[in-house]
Design a protein around this ligand. Structure first.
Ligand code: PEP
Length: 244
């Protein structure tokens, strides 16, 4: 059984000095047995965070290009991320989809490249508010899932993050019962495809210390992807330990 993954997505926040300050406060935070804390800093901080990470805690990137190398100014490749010490890469985060216009085809290509490069992709899926209100949550989420995994979904080596777009950075969190329903559908779909035997399904969207326990106690929730509340060591520590 893979550990419960609690992932800190720092987005485009923190300087070198701020990352150092985070880890000096984070210190030797005891991550409970059966849990894993992973950090996803901006690219220029990857090497520093790798150095500062306590043993057993892991590193990931927030995005990658789908080509292994090439003339793609401003982009970063999966092999380079692997070389920098990353274990994970987030793909298809809602900010990549909806701010930078990445579509399912592109995210699927990135997923293939990440797998080939020995990274463990965390494929992010989630519906917009109007899609939820139109009762289209499951078709949207499962469609993103299928497109991301591609025509030959791997039988392991990746994770999924369910992040309802209306809950990201808004303070609106999905009710555990609603998250649980989508997680169950994702898990059932993976089973149907014969894919992702070891896949964890993380929940993300306004996770805070006061809602983390209920979310982690929800069947089918195998971890959390945390944005804003991961920037502060005390609040991320509380989320990492929630309910343990
Ligand atoms: C995220 O960045 O993936 C996220 C869920 O952000 P927040 O926790 O701030 O909603």
């Amino acid at each position: 059984m893979e550990p419960v993954l609690v992932a800190a997505n720092w987005k485009m926040y923190k300087t070198t000095a701020e990352a150092r300050a985070f880890f000096s406060a984070w210190g030797e935070v005891a991550v409970p047995p059966g849990r894993e804390a992973a950090f996803f800093p901006p690219f220029p901080l990857l090497s520093l965070v790798k150095e500062l990470l306590p043993a057993g805690q892991t590193l990931g990137a927030q995005n990658a290009h789908e080509a292994l190398e090439g003339a793609f100014t401003g982009e970063v490749s999966c092999p380079l991320l692997k070389d920098a010490g990353c274990s994970y890469v987030l793909l298809g985060h809602s900010e990549r989809r909806h701010v930078f216009g990445e579509d399912d085809r592109r995210i699927g290509a990135k997923f293939q490249t990440a797998m080939k490069s020995g990274l463990r992709p965390i494929l992010c899926v989630g519906e917009l508010l109007d899609e939820r209100e139109a009762g289209r949550t499951l078709p949207v989420v499962l469609g993103q899932l299928e497109a991301g995994l591609g025509p030959e979904p791997p039988d392991g080596g990746f994770d999924i993050a369910y992040e309802p777009v209306w809950a990201i950075g808004t303070g609106k969190v999905a009710r555990p019962v609603d998250a649980g329903e989508v997680h169950a559908a994702i898990i059932g779909h993976l089973r149907g495809l014969g894919a992702g035997r070891d896949a964890r399904v993380l929940y993300g969207g306004s996770v805070k210390p006061d809602n983390a326990s209920a979310l982690l106690a929800t069947p089918g929730v195998h971890g959390l992807l945390v944005g804003g509340a991961s920037l502060d060591p005390a609040s991320f520590a509380a989320i990492t330990r929630a309910g343990s």
